[in-house]
Write a protein that binds this ligand. Structure first.
Ligand SMILES: Nc1ncnc2c1ncn2[C@@H]1O[C@H](COP(=O)(O)OP(=O)(O)O)[C@@H](O)[C@H]1O
Ligand SMILES: [Mg+2]
Length: 315
């Protein structure tokens, strides 16, 4: 029954009962006798208590709905408010749940488009860096070599330095291009790409190990890219924020998929709010229906875990 009819019928019953009593055997004197006052007070109190109970029970689902709305997060989809209570509340909760369905699917489609565009743009920039700037610097390097061959003795040192600087610039550009477009992923596959990622992040202060075990089921191109990007962001965060000296990248098969684990022994996530990096990981995980969790490590540090489902169609 709707909240309207619950309250209406409760009050109507109370008032009709009072009127019936007045028309019937009951009299009210002036001034009011104590016994009569008692009857009136008890009647009023009963009516008020009835109203309070009906309203409280009827509005409780709305309060729960308010809490669900306040904590709804499209990056953690799937949570729905329980449909309960009087008709008005149940209808509102159903509409809210339908709105979440719509928002989540729109968000997923929008994210997929944005990430695809981002990957394409990265590839374009990587290609241009490699083809344009890279070619120009290579030409400069050759020119410098010719100059060095003909330069008088006292200029050779300086020309040599210019050659060194140009060579360093070329290396830097190749590195940036590689980071923008995980070419190893296309050429050698995920396992080699993760190994080279671990090597890339190993510096004098940080040792990154990799454990890639077992027979991994084949992943789609999309899933491989998500695993790679999550590992890349996880290690970037380790290098940037954790102050760790050891980290590891693990990839292992599960009964129904693959699990990536990026773990460090640094200072841990703490209460830092999630930034664009972690949000990016969540969006990428959503894209392939993978499950992402970030938590404190067993002893200390941070653990990023990505569980990628592999459906029968992928095998
Ligand atoms: N491995 C980690 N160790 C310690 N703190 C971390 C780690 N990863 C993330 N954080 C914390 O979480 C915050 C959000 O990370 P992120 O979303 O990647 O944003 P950003 O890296 O741009 O700051 C970081 O600023 C940092 O404080
Ligand atoms: Mg980051």
């Amino acid at each position: 029954m709707s909240l309207f009819w619950r309250i209406f019928s409760l009050n109507a019953t109370g008032l009709i009962a009072a009127a019936a009593l007045l028309l019937g055997p009951v009299t009210v004197s002036t001034p009011v006798l104590p016994a009569e006052a008692l009857v009136v007070v008890v009647g009023l109190a009963t009516l008020l208590a009835g109203n309070a109970i009906v309203l409280r029970l009827g509005l409780a689902p709305l309060r729960r709905l308010g809490r669900a709305m306040a904590t709804a997060d499209l990056l953690r989809p799937g949570a729905r408010a329980v449909v309960a209570g009087p008709a008005e509340a149940a209808e509102l909760i159903t509409t809210y749940n339908a709105m979440l369905d719509r928002l989540e699917s729109e968000r997923a489609a929008g994210t997929a488009r944005a990430l695809l565009a981002q990957e394409r743009e990265r590839q374009r920039i990587a290609r241009e860096l490699h083809d344009e700037v890279g070619q120009t610097l290579t030409a400069v390097l050759l020119q410098l070599k010719r100059v060095a061959d003909r330069a008088p003795e006292e200029l050779r040192g300086e020309v040599g330095q210019a050659q060194e600087a140009t060579r360093a610039g070329l290396d830097e550009i190749r590195r940036i291009a590689r980071r923008l477009r995980p070419g190893v992923l296309e050429e050698l596959g995920l396992v080699s790409a993760l190994r080279s990622l671990a090597a890339e992040f190993t510096t004098h202060g940080l040792t990154v190990r990799h454990h890639i075990t077992g027979d991994l089921p084949p992943l789609t191109e999309q899933s491989e890219l998500v695993v790679y990007r999550v590992a890349q962001e996880g290690l970037t965060n380790t290098a940037r924020h954790a102050g760790a000296d050891r980290a590891e990248v693990r990839l292992r098969p599960l009964a129904d998929g693959v699990e990536l684990l990026v773990r460090d022994n640094g200072k841990g996530l703490g209460t830092a709010p999630e930034g664009a990096g972690i949000r990016g990981m969540r969006e990428r995980a959503l894209l392939i229906a993978a499950d992402l969790s970030l938590e404190a490590g067993h002893h200390d540090g941070t653990e990023v875990r990505l569980r990628v489902p592999v459906t029968a169609g992928d095998r």
